[in-house]
Design a protein around this ligand. Structure first.
Ligand code: TMP
Length: 238
């Protein structure tokens, strides 16, 4: 059993602790929810537990399909052991259907199926409010090497394909999602979390939103939506 050490980092939804093994961190998931850069604050009951479980199940599924991830094991209801990665400060967003900021930016009606999926990069910077950037900005700011960018792109496409197919039998449409990657002994690993905080999931028959948009847009039924996604994903995992 690893010993929880110094708090390394506290974000809006998670805390990361050192352990007595320099190659492992403990991640603790919180119920706190923020939106619009922390302007809107709240809590979502059981979110920490649900996002821990969902991330554990989805990272395990992806690892089985040759996506290298930071996930080692779930060590408690809201706690997981991960490889001690250094997060690359680039958020990778993949989109299949126009929603959220893309719908707004390009004047598309939310729900418009994109002719081809889209990948976007955002610079992870609270002060700058995570501006959208491209490969040239990433190179100019030395946020990642050209090879690392290629790897992140190729993993993001593969995750899109795998997750979309995986969720389909549970009547969940993967509208879009955000990934973060980290460096571990010079290798790029998928990191952070995969949850209704970081993905848009719509029910395939009703189009009902089953993700954090219920919180962002005050749609009600936030907790139920998170519980529902967990139930459906668990049913896929047997
Ligand atoms: P967006 O449409 O607001 O740009 O969001 C795109 C996807 O990224 C969506 O699935 C939600 C996720 N996301 C995060 O995980 N963190 C964030 O801070 C934001 C803005 C979006």
């Amino acid at each position: 059993m690893l010993i929880k050490g110094e708090l390394l980092y506290e974000g809006k939804a998670k805390k990361v602790y050192r352990t007595d093994d320099p190659d492992c961190y403990l991640v603790e998931f919180k119920d706190d929810a923020t939106a619009f850069d922390g302007l809107k604050k709240g809590t979502i009951a059981r979110k920490g537990e649900i996002n821990t479980r969902l991330s554990a199940l989805l990272f395990t599924m992806l690892a089985g399909q040759d996506i290298p991830t930071h996930f080692i094991e779930q060590t408690g209801p809201r706690e997981m052991l991960v490889k001690a990665v250094k997060i690359i400060p680039v958020e990778v967003v993949a989109r299949n259907i126009a929603a959220g900021s893309l719908a707004k930016r390009l004047g598309l009606e939310e729900g418009t199926v994109l002719k081809r999926p889209v990948l976007e990069f955002y610079y992870k910077s609270d002060e700058l409010h995570d501006p959208m950037i491209n490969n040239y900005h990433i190179a100019a700011l030395e946020l990642a090497t050209a090879t690392q960018i290629k790897e992140m792109e190729s993993y993001a496409w593969k995750v899109n394909e795998l997750l979309t197919g995986f969720l389909q039998p549970a009547n969940l449409v993967l509208v879009d999602f955000k990934l973060e990657f980290g460096l571990y002994h010079d290798r790029v690993l998928l990191a952070d979390e995969i949850s209704p905080d970081t993905c848009r999931f719509w029910d395939s028959s009703s189009g009902e939103k089953l993700d954090k948009d219920r919180f962002r847009r005050d749609l009600g039924g936030v907790e139920d939506a998170y519980e529902e996604v967990l139930r459906r994903v668990e049913s896929l995992c047997g």
